[in-house]
Each structure stands twice: as C-alpha cells, then as structure tokens.
Design a protein around this ligand. Structure first.
Ligand SMILES: [Zn+2]
Length: 255
C-alpha cells in the first residue's frame, strides 16, 4: 500500500501548508502610520512587552550601558525629539534609547515596541547630532513599521510551509527552505529601505539636516572591512543603493 500511505502523507502535508497560509492571511491589518497592509500576529502591547523583556540581555550582550551620562542624555534628547515631532508621537510604543558600552562593534538596532540601541563604536564615529538623528530615525522607523513583528509572522508561515512540504514529499523540504530564505532576505532589504525613508521624514519633521543621513552611509561603508564587517550592514543593503533612495526621500519630503 505504498501509494495509499503516500497519498495520506500528501494530504497531511497540504493541510499543514493550508493551515499556515490561512493563519498568516487572517493576520492582515493596515499599519496606520505607514499605510501598508501587513501580516502581524502580535498586538502593540505584546510587542512592547517583548522588547522590554529582551532589552536587558541585549544590553548585556554589548558590554552593558555606556558610563558617559552626557552622551546618554544627548541620545535621549535626540531620540525623544524625533518621536515627539513626527508620526512617532501618535504611536503607543514606549520608546527608550540606550547607548551601549561596546566600542568595537559598529551597530544600531531596535527591538519591537520601541527599545532602540546604538553602540559606542558607532556613536563615536558620528560627526554631528544630525547623523545621530539619522541613525535613531532609522531605528524608530523599524519600530513604527513593525518590521520585527512582521518578520516573526513570516517565519511562522515559512516554517508551516517547510513542515508541510517535508511531510507531503520526500526531500522537497530543502527547496521550500531555500525559497523561504530568499523571501525573508528580500523583505529584509525592503525593511531597511523603508526605515531609511521613515528616518529621513522624521529628521525633516524634527528640524535635522536629512543630508546627514548620507554621511551615516559613508561611515558605514568605510567601517566595512574584510575582517570587521559591521553587523549593522550584514542585513542591510549596500550603502551606495541606500544613498540613492535617501536622496529620493529627501526630494519627496521636500527640503
Ligand atoms: Zn535597519
């Protein structure tokens, strides 16, 4: 009865795929701040809780908080100014800005719900406050556009499809896995470009010079050596491409 059990396996596989797709599609909602349709399972409160619970371990991962209170105060001032003079003000997220002690890893990132981070290594390379606003505007952009929550839903979908295909076929799982990975990478690049766009908008709204975002790209480009590629860049598109899009955003938002 080889054929029979193969068929049952195929049906179970299809059911797993169908369930994953249905669950994903039923999570569609409109992001009020970006106007896009997104697939997210998490509520705003869950995003905030997740970010707050992960923040201490992220801080520890990067050598703790930086002891320079003046620099931390500047970061808070710039971050809050960006939030309060932009669409960020209308969001329910709880924004916190952390200067991390790590002076070797050039990085900045955001957790869902509003926890934003920059390492001392990147901070020390910045030439002015506008560039700091550029980095933080980009990170606040990730929060507002709910990129982490969106990726988590995509991973859930991808996992469902991979499981379904491997149950339903023999060895088809690998093909499905590489397709899923390609999708995730593409979304990753789009997320970065969208965050640059939102960052430029926030800089203009808050009265910062948006052209300094281009300076940030220069710093990232120069920091990328063969042995010390910054993590900030590994998931980010080429700074050259980003510069073009940043210029477009500056024209679009008028400055
Ligand atoms: Zn980013």
């Amino acid at each position: 009865m080889r054929g029979g059990s193969g068929k049952i396996r195929l049906f179970i596989g299809l059911a797993i795929v169908a369930f994953a797709v249905l669950k994903y599609c039923s999570s569609a909602e409109t992001n009020h701040y970006t106007g896009e349709t997104q697939y997210v399972d998490l509520t705003t409160d869950q995003e905030i809780a997740m970010g707050l619970s992960a923040a201490p371990s992220m801080i520890q991962e990067y050598g703790g908080l930086h002891p320079d209170q003046n620099a931390q105060a500047q970061l808070d001032r710039v971050g809050n100014k960006l939030v309060n003079s932009s669409i960020g003000k209308n969001t329910e997220y709880q924004y916190d800005f952390h200067l991390l002690a790590d002076d070797r890893t050039i990085n900045a990132f955001a957790l869902p719900g509003g926890q934003c981070f920059i390492t001392a290594a990147l901070y020390s390379q910045l030439e002015n406050e506008d560039q700091l606003a550029g980095v933080m505007g980009h990170e606040i952009g990730h929060v507002i556009a709910r990129h982490s929550a969106e990726r988590m839903s995509q991973q859930g979908l991808a996992q469902g499809v991979i499981t379904g295909v491997s149950v339903g076929t023999d060895g088809g799982g690998e093909a499905a896995a590489s397709i899923a990975q390609m999708l995730t990478m593409k979304y990753g690049r789009d997320d970065e470009l969208q965050s640059d766009d939102l960052g430029v908008k926030m800089m203009i709204d808050a009265g910062y010079d948006p052209y300094e975002m281009i300076g940030v790209m220069e710093i990232l480009k120069n920091a990328a050596g063969p042995n010390r590629a910054p993590e900030f860049q590994s998931t980010h598109p080429d700074p050259e491409n980003r510069v073009e899009r940043i210029k477009e955003a500056i024209r679009k938002y008028g400055k």
